[in-house]
Design a protein around this ligand. Structure first.
Ligand SMILES: [Zn+2]
Length: 320
């Protein structure tokens, strides 16, 4: 297995980049899936999404190095947006959508684990503004712990929500072994430069028989292939690795997990975001509140059919 990573400076992107071997099997022979641009922040340069010829793992290479990656997460990145920042008339809509997403995540986990018990030790890696743990606390009476690397977000969760949170990464947290029953990583692992190391660390902090819940973009979903480089869930270069059920099962197995359940799903009207991008209406983003409304409007005729368009996977794996 070749681990050599080639690092270089890209003048076009204005950043340091690295070319990596396949994160799953270490292979070097790849086919090009597509060439992506950063459609969210319109930065210069392109990024190839490649597929390993040996194991079919899809990943971005060359990609920004760890040192370059922070520049791709400016303060207005939507993962950090608070409902308080949105226009007042839009807030109830956003709040009920966020609550719906959290409830769905809890339901998917509980399909495998049964109802979350009051003594469950829960960790949410990449918790953002802590909506999931807030919902679990309100509806199951369990206060979990979050981890996020954005200092402003950590301060918000600690001071405004008064909930426990650690600043940094799962790796830097240095948690005791076998101390959690459930680890959530919601739309997190695809952002990681070293997903294998993160999964191994998750396995270490989980008790045997504990559960890892992952939510990720569904690589190989037809909707993603259809929209190609305009697929909203592509979000390169923030998303760096794309799992199919097969490649995910393989990596989980290598990291000490047994895959228990995969739910392919989409969110109401989510496909509208990809339609907006494909129509080149991305600049509507500056009109803040109107943007989700426009994408929802465009997706409305497809609402009865959206169960045919899964573009996320919710995955539950058990620590072996
Ligand atoms: Zn491979």
């Amino acid at each position: 297995m070749s681990e050599a990573i080639r690092t270089f400076d890209s003048a076009v992107h204005g950043e340091q980049q690295e070319e990596i071997p396949c994160p799953l099997c270490g292979g070097r022979n790849t086919d090009e899936v597509l060439i992506a641009r950063d459609l969210l922040f319109a930065k210069p340069g392109t990024y190839p999404l490649v597929r390993c010829q040996a194991c079919t793992m899809e990943y971005v290479s060359p990609r920004p190095t760890g040192a370059s990656l922070g520049a791709h997460y400016p303060d207005d990145y939507f993962g950090y947006s608070l409902h308080e920042d949105a226009p007042a008339w839009l807030r109830p809509f956003l709040q009920s959508m966020a609550k719906g997403i959290s409830r769905k995540r809890i339901a998917y986990l509980e399909q495998t684990t049964g109802r979350i018990a009051e003594d469950t030790d829960i960790l949410d890696v990449g918790c953002g503004v802590n909506r999931l743990l807030e919902c679990i606390r309100d509806e199951r009476g369990v206060t979990g712990t979050g981890i996020d690397f954005k200092p402003e977000i950590v301060q918000y969760v600690r001071e405004k929500l008064q909930m426990p949170i650690m600043e940094g990464s799962l790796d830097s947290a240095g948690l005791p072994a076998e101390s959690y029953d459930v680890v959530f990583m919601m739309e997190y692992i695809e952002h990681e430069l070293h997903p294998r190391a993160v999964l191994e660390e998750a396995r270490r902090v989980l008790r045997p028989g504990g559960h890892l819940a992952l939510e990720i973009p569904y690589a190989g979903a037809w909707i993603g292939r259809f929209f190609g480089r305009f697929w909203w869930n592509l979000d390169i270069p923030r998303h760096l690795i794309f799992f199919t059920p097969k490649t995910l099962e393989e990596m989980l197995d290598q990291c000490g997990f047994e895959l228990v359940k995969i739910n392919p799903f989409t969110l109401p009207l989510y496909v509208g975001m990809s339609i907006v991008q494909a129509l080149g209406l991305r600049h509507w983003r500056k009109y803040e509140g109107l943007y989700p409304i426009l994408s929802s409007f465009l997706a409305l005729p497809l609402l009865p059919f959206q169960w045919l368009m899964p573009e996320f996977l919710f995955v539950v794996a058990r620590a072996k």
